[in-house]
Design a protein around this ligand. Structure first.
Ligand SMILES: [Zn+2]
Length: 256
């Protein structure tokens, strides 16, 4: 297996994985030159995207134009990939502008040269997010689901309750370590993912408690996340601790 590590210009380090002839994710457009030199030195038979975010799909158009290999994504991500980038300016500066490219919809499993991978729909970080699992070796590619241990500030279309469900889905699998798109190989992945779930469950309970006491969303935000984050302003509110609160409160309302 090969792993490509590229430091993002302003954002996080990016990892791409080439395993058994399958390339997992294609990095951001800003790293095109470096990644093309990797694509020219390494053969692969297919590309699978963990989700449609621009730091995972940014050089797929080059592969489509220069390599005769299929590119797969969850059906929810098809329209996003096949249309021009519609994300805000600060993300275009951070990762570059992703060009559109044709994709094929993922099913519940996918074959590389010798391995049948289970494709697990694991939304929460993105609603087209999948994880890839080989039950024979226990290898797990978790995309951006692990990412940070204790998320506080999340994007507008992320959902804490969906993230929790997706982590529970993964924890049912037999694995010890995992591969994360921004942390690389995480040897104690199961442990850390279990801790992340506990953190999110505690956060959920805390917010539910405040909500049932009658506090407003804004008040819950201030009580739960008193710290100010520069990213909120930089992203013009696309990233905000408020979204963590909102996604949990929406879930509470749905349940009751
Ligand atoms: Zn992402």
């Amino acid at each position: 297996m090969k792993m490509v590590t590229k430091p993002g210009k302003l954002g996080r380090t990016v990892y791409l994985f080439l395993v058994d002839g399958m390339l997992i994710d294609t990095g951001p457009a800003l790293l095109l030159e470096e990644l093309v030199s990797f694509y020219k030195q390494n053969l692969f038979e297919l590309v699978t995207m963990t989700h449609s975010h621009e730091d995972h799909t940014g050089t797929a158009w080059w592969i489509k134009e220069n390599r005769n290999v299929p590119i797969y994504i969850h059906p929810n991500g098809k329209r996003i990939c096949e249309n021009p980038a519609s994300y805000p300016e600060y993300r275009k500066i951070t990762w570059g502008v992703r060009k559109p490219f044709k994709v094929l919809p993922l099913k519940t499993s996918i074959y590389s040269s010798n391995v049948r991978w289970e494709v697990l729909f694991t939304p929460g970080h993105a609603n087209d997010h999948v994880s890839l699992y080989d039950k024979h070796s226990g290898r797990l590619f978790a995309g951006d689901l692990f990412l940070t241990q204790e998320p506080k500030i999340i994007m507008k279309d992320e959902s804490i309750p969906l993230m929790m469900d997706s982590i529970r889905t993964l924890l049912k699998l037999d694995f010890e370590s995992l591969f994360c798109s921004h942390n690389g190989f995480v040897p104690n992945g199961r442990n850390l993912l279990t801790q992340k779930l506990s953190y999110l469950e505690e956060l959920y309970d805390k917010i539910e408690h405040l909500y049932r006491k009658g506090y407003s969303i804004e008040e819950i935000k201030k009580l739960t996340f008193p710290k100010k984050y520069r990213l909120i302003e930089f992203s013009k509110g696309e990233y905000d601790t408020l979204h963590a609160v909102t996604s949990i409160v929406q879930d509470i309302k749905k349940r009751s």
